[in-house]
Design a protein around this ligand. Structure first.
Ligand SMILES: Nc1nc2c(ncn2[C@@H]2O[C@H](COP(=O)(O)OP(=O)(O)O)[C@@H](O)[C@H]2O)c(=O)[nH]1
Ligand SMILES: [Mg+2]
Ligand SMILES: [Zn+2]
Length: 347
């Protein structure tokens, strides 16, 4: 009979510490004594298992992310430690994330809700003359902004191209922007190429953490570059010249403004689905609907052909634009037909 070898206490302790060391090493590559004290920092952008952290000294360093951190995104306030010597371009490790004040998320068909940026307090919903202006897309962003309670500003970029549109198209864009303005959203018309209209937008930036969102190609990165020429955010043209094809902004990126404030560039979001929201939240996201919600004859009114629908009456009496109710229905229809498999399973 083979006697099972027993480890004495000292051996056992060594095995345990070695195991712990291996765990630590696979996580951070550094031993504890190779890391400086814990400091506060800010996430500039996150790339998979690492992120760029802005330290209190104003320097940005690429850091590992500890595995216990489940969610980390541009704008997060973190606790991190600098390494005495960098390894594979990594200069430290992020150990903890502070609680977020706000979080802008984007529903991903397969991955569920994906965070885009944290701790923002102003959202610029950027649209453009080309690619085509779409109130459908703007409304989706507005509903998302209303849901997280952050004041949006609607930006129409590339106004230098407006004359290329037909008179009908120009009238349509102007009427829509006027309507948004009338229901309480601030709207600006700008061109990052000619710089026209930029001053009112820039005036809204100091002291706040702002993000530009919108479809790919509307000129978000170009606007960021015009506002802060020193940052050189990657635009489509730049990357086309470098031969990298469609490789534009892929993650949200934080840029500190010279006079206190932050502007975050975000990647284009092709389709901003809202299926994480309930029908009531989408209704509430239409601020011009609010005075009429709850006044329909039937509690489960779908605001389509239901008799006694207060929203349809409001449209007939021109309190609500017909296209807003149409857009609402298109969002509701897409929610019913395009729900991801997982969301359906979960009910
Ligand atoms: N004519 C015109 N083109 C613009 C303007 N702003 C951006 N663009 C162009 O639109 C394209 C997409 O710009 P980009 O900033 O990469 O868009 P993003 O995907 O929203 O970041 C580029 O070719 C820009 O040069 C503008 O105000 N006027
Ligand atoms: Mg971009
Ligand atoms: Zn109704």
């Amino acid at each position: 009979m083979v006697k099972k070898k027993r480890l004495n206490k000292g051996q056992q302790r060594r095995v345990n510490t070695n195991q712990q060391k291996r765990l630590d090493q696979t996580e951070v590559e550094w031993h504890n004594d190779q890391l400086g004290p814990a400091e506060g920092g800010r996430i500039i952008s996150r790339y998979g298992q690492h992120a760029d952290v802005l330290g209190a000294d104003g320097i940005t360093r690429r850091c590992h992310i500890r595995r216990n951190i489940s969610s980390l995104v541009c704008g997060d306030r973190v606790q991190w430690r600098q390494a005495t010597n960098s390894q594979d371009g990594m200069q430290g490790v992020i150990e903890a994330v502070h609680e977020r004040e706000t979080l802008l998320s984007r529903p991903d068909f397969y991955d569920g809700l994906k965070p885009v940026a944290a701790n923002i307090d102003q959202i610029f919903v950027v649209s453009s003359v080309l690619p085509a202006f779409s109130t459908q897309i703007i409304d989706r962003y507005l509903v998302a902004c209303e849901d997280i309670g952050i004041e949006p500003t609607i930006v129409l970029n590339k106004v230098d191209l407006i004359e290329q549109l037909s008179v009908e198209e120009q009238t349509h864009i102007n009427a829509a922007l006027d309507y948004y303005q009338a229901i309480g959203y601030s709207t600006v018309r700008v061109s990052s190429t000619t710089q026209q209209g930029l001053l009112p937008l820039v005036a809204q930036l100091p002291g706040r953490t702002s993000i530009v969102v919108g479809q790919s190609g509307v000129g978000k990165s170009s606007l960021v570059n015009e506002i802060m020429p020193q940052v050189n955010a990657e635009t489509k043209q730049v990357s086309e010249n470098s031969g990298l094809g469609q490789h534009t902004t892929t993650v949200a990126t934080w840029y500190s403004l010279p006079d206190d404030g932050v502007l975050i560039d975000s990647p284009g979001i092709r389709e901003f689905s809202l299926w994480h929201l309930a029908a009531e939240q989408i209704e509430q996201g239409y601020k011009d609907f609010r005075p009429f919600l709850g006044l329909c004859k039937f509690r489960d009114c779908k605001h389509k052909n239901d008799p006694g629908c207060a929203l349809r009456e409001a449209v007939e009496e021109q309190h609500i634009a017909a296209w807003r109710l149409d857009n609402f229905h298109r969002i509701m229809d897409s929610m019913n037909s395009k729900k991801p498999p997982r969301a359906i399973v979960r009910g």
